[in-house]
Ligand binder design. Structure first.
Ligand SMILES: C[S@@+](CC[C@H](N)C(=O)[O-])C[C@H]1O[C@@H](n2cnc3c(N)ncnc32)[C@H](O)[C@@H]1O
Length: 223
């Protein structure tokens, strides 16, 4: 099966109250971002240049910036999220350069980043193949990218379990389960689709590692 380079359905932009609502919901799972940041920091050089691609409220980028003198940048297509993330970084006293821009046409020089992180966002990209080509372009030779996202074949039971662990109010839990079922799963990729996109962007199989968890998939890419 061929995977479309451009998705016909673009979804709704995460602006205004949607961005505020999302920031509050995932803000209850801050520990998840801290654990991720702590797992990635030991692999980075002291002054590593890191891109959080589509950071939303910026939680991962902010937690990572607390752990060392990394040069952390965020790039998001939502003006609301860029503002929210900027304010949160200032509140926390860390320096992160949150910028407005599209993953499919990044405003960065070739070979700019040592590490690129992209969580819960790749499935939303309207031009996934362009985004992967851009990830490859802006990574330094030897640089790595980690994409974490929802797996398309996630079961209803696993979603219930994951949402139950988020500590949400009853109404937000119902709404979040609904969004998973009717919005996010539709946009998510299977392992095969993702590997096909990655290969199409020039990442050879020797430079691609793939793993799956109950609800998600992780793909590690090397340039
Ligand atoms: C569900 S949020 C995930 C945010 C964050 N990574 C996290 O883990 O909480 C998806 C993000 O992708 C962003 N996004 C969607 N399409 C994008 C694109 N083409 N370029 C950059 N950001 C994009 C949205 O604005 C939003 O911030």
């Amino acid at each position: 099966m061929s995977t479309a380079a451009v998705k016909a359905y673009r979804g709704i932009g995460m602006e205004g109250f949607i961005a505020t609502w999302y920031s509050g919901i995932v803000g209850k799972s801050l520990e998840e971002y801290r654990v991720l940041a702590r797992s990635i920091a030991p692999r980075l050089e002291q002054r590593a240049s890191v891109l959080d691609l589509a950071p939303g409220p910026g939680y991962f980028a902010i937690e990572l910036a607390k752990l060392g003198p990394y040069r952390v940048t965020g790039l998001d297509i939502s003006r609301s999220f860029v503002g929210i993330a900027h304010d949160k970084a200032r509140e926390q006293g860390v320096e992160v350069d949150f910028r407005l821009g599209n993953a499919a046409a990044m405003p960065f020089e070739t070979d700019s980043f040592d590490f690129i992180f992209c969580r819960a966002a790749f499935k939303n990209f309207a031009q996934p193949q362009h985004a992967l080509r851009e990830i490859r372009r802006v990574l330094r030779p030897g640089g790595q990218a980690l994409i974490i996202d929802l797996r398309k074949d996630v079961s209803a039971g696993s979603i219930r379990q994951a949402v139950a662990q988020m500590g949400l109010s009853r109404i937000n839990a119902v709404l979040t389960r609904w969004i998973f079922r009717y919005v996010l799963i539709k946009r998510a990729y299977t392992r095969e689709e993702l590997l096909q996109l990655v290969a199409g962007a020039g990442f050879g199989s020797a430079n691609t590692d793939f793993s799956e968890s109950l609800t998600g998939l992780e793909i590690r890419l090397r340039k």
